[in-house]
Design a protein. Structure first.
Length: 266
């Protein structure tokens, strides 16, 4: 256990639960496998438990931290040549600009899920310059991201994330590995953007729209959720049972639905 007494006071509004178990930090680093030359960005370094472990392996690292009170402590960890500290909201970072032309980023972080989920989608909009992402977040959210059709956890988040990247839950982390101790389990996950992307540009908006509408009311049949957009006959024409629920549909079926609505200009 790292010295809790030396940790800064954790702020709830920034979702601060600091990693205090060296074994977990070692597992995280082993999963990321950073090597010199990687252009790695850590989001939400906080007091720097993971940052320090990464600095042992990397001649250069960038960190993005929202909490001003953490910045001086981060600057003290390494020289400005080795550690670039950016005080900013990660949701406002222009990742391609941070990578620089022709470079590819690796993104890591232990983040509150209400930041991680929008951040993943923000990064996926600019995914051509991102090699992979490793995040620690609430286990329940990771379970939904990796869920397969026909399971309770499968929903809009699973379909949207999996359309853009390969997703893997790597290991579960119990609450006692953090300080303050959170109420829920966490999980460490890997996301690798599909290259080339599976969704052609013209289908991105129709896909997001049809997935959201299909899951609008989980208990309703697909035909009911899609009323006014696609008829039962349209669905049968796409080899989709109008009486099924969205949670039984695989990615290919959602692609067909997106294509059909795009063709109809809906
Ligand atoms: N990485 C540290 C660790 O593992 O001990 C801290 C993890 S703590 C769960 C989350 C960190 O993300 C905090 O330092 C918090 O200030 C920072 N944070 C929260 N929202 C952020 C945002 N929108 N952009 C950048 N950092 C953020």
């Amino acid at each position: 256990m790292l010295q809790e007494g030396r940790l800064p006071r954790a702020k709830k509004r920034f979702g601060q639960n600091f990693l205090v178990q060296p074994q977990i930090i070692a597992r995280i680093v082993a999963a990321i496998r950073p090597v010199p030359g990687d252009q790695l960005v850590e989001i939400g370094p906080g007091p720097g438990a993971l940052t320090k472990a990464l600095l042992r392996l990397l001649p250069q690292l960038t960190v993005v931290e929202l909490d001003r009170d953490m910045i001086a402590g981060l600057h003290a960890l390494a020289s400005p040549e080795q550690l670039q500290v950016i005080q900013a909201d990660a949701l406002e970072i222009d990742f391609p600009a941070l990578a620089g032309a022709g470079n590819i980023l690796r993104v890591v972080g232990n983040l509150p899920y209400n930041v991680a989920t929008p951040l993943i989608f923000h990064i996926l909009e600019q995914a051509e310059q991102v090699r992979d992402m490793h995040f620690m977040l609430q286990k329940e959210v990771v379970d939904r991201m990796v869920a397969v059709p026909g399971t309770k956890a499968y929903g809009r988040l699973s379909v949207m994330i999996q359309a853009h990247c390969a997703v893997e839950s790597l290991f579960t982390v119990a609450p006692g590995n953090f300080f303050p101790v959170p109420k829920v389990d966490s999980a460490f996950m890997r996301l690798v953007p599909h290259r080339p992307g599976l969704l052609p540009l013209h289908l991105q908006v129709p896909f997001a729209r049809i997935v959201a509408t299909s899951f609008a009311q989980r208990r309703k049949t697909l035909a009911n959720n899609l009323r006014g957009i696609l008829s039962a006959d349209d669905l049968r024409g796409l080899q989709i049972d109008p009486g099924c629920r969205a949670e039984t549909l695989d990615q290919a079926a959602f692609f067909r639905l997106a294509e059909a609505t795009a063709e109809q200009g809906k």
